[in-house]
Design a binder for this molecule. Structure first.
Ligand code: ADP
Ligand code: MG
Length: 238
């Protein structure tokens, strides 16, 4: 089980209100994609779900429990960032296992988890390399591997593919869709790429200036956009 419920969530940085009345039910196993232009509040919302940013209004519930004040590591959530944030001096094996080491996981258990993540991501042959010896796509795989080893209930992705070139983006998109099938986890994914949103999402959430414009399955948004903003964003392929 990993339901994530957002109940009238708001966020202000001082006098600047960046999110308003965010109400959303995300059900176990759903793949939910947030789309919207730069600055509309996508990253801030993900960071609030992860616990990296305070919630200034409303409630976040994970599996029925209010999590506003729960520490990030206790939420059962792992986040994958656009900038892979790998440790350059560590091997892939060490990067993937770092969180386990910090948590005091016994070596043999950590080893099994690292090798399992490497198998899932088909990167067993990369384990002894350093990040500098990897391509952009391989680095992003390592970043995803670091999330997988923690066996999170919920994966958060913040524009994970936007640093990759177009061909790789398509490959990684399919890879992430496959992971969703294989891992049976809830996935919350942020992008400003409408093709990514249309192909990955069970449910798309369109954000504009900190507010939800529309929520629905990709085809519904495409066929029945609630307003001109959604029509412009989802309806017209670039
Ligand atoms: P997006 O990810 O959709 O591009 P963000 O969530 O990064 O948007 O930002 C939403 C708004 O919040 C922007 O106006 C941004 O400048 C502002 N913002 C984000 N983080 C902070 C912060 N730590 N302090 C002040 N303003 C911030
Ligand atoms: Mg962002």
């Amino acid at each position: 089980m990993a339901d994530v419920l957002l109940r009238d969530i708001g966020k202000s940085f001082g006098a600047l209100e960046v999110l308003r009345h965010i109400d959303l039910d995300i059900r176990h196993g759903e793949f939910v994609v947030f789309v919207g232009p730069s600055g509309c509040g996508k990253s801030t919302l993900l960071r609030m779900i992860a616990g990296l940013e305070d919630i200034t209004a409303g409630d976040l519930l994970i599996d029925g429990e209010i999590c506003n004040d729960i520490a990030p590591r206790d939420r059962g959530i792992a986040m994958v960032f656009q900038s892979y944030a790998l440790y350059p001096h560590m091997t892939v094996y060490e990067n993937v296992g770092f969180a386990l080491k910090m948590a005091g996981t016994p070596k043999s258990e950590a080893d099994a988890k690292i090798r399992d993540a490497a198998r899932i991501l088909q990167m067993e042959e990369l384990l002894e390399r350093k990040p500098a010896q990897l391509s952009g796509g391989q680095r992003q795989r390592v970043a995803i591997g670091r999330a997988i080893v923690r066996h999170p209930k919920v994966f958060l992705f913040d524009e994970p593919l936007s640093n990759l070139d177009a061909a790789l983006r398509v490959d990684m998109r399919m890879e992430i869709a496959r992971l969703h099938q294989e891992l049976d986890a809830t996935m919350i994914y942020v992008t400003h790429d409408q093709v990514e949103a249309m192909t990955l999402a069970d449910k798309i959430v369109v954000l504009e200036k900190g507010e939800i414009m529309q929520v629905g399955p990709p085809l519904e948004l495409y066929r029945r956009p609630a307003n001109l903003f959604v029509a412009g964003f989802i309806g017209s392929p670039k």
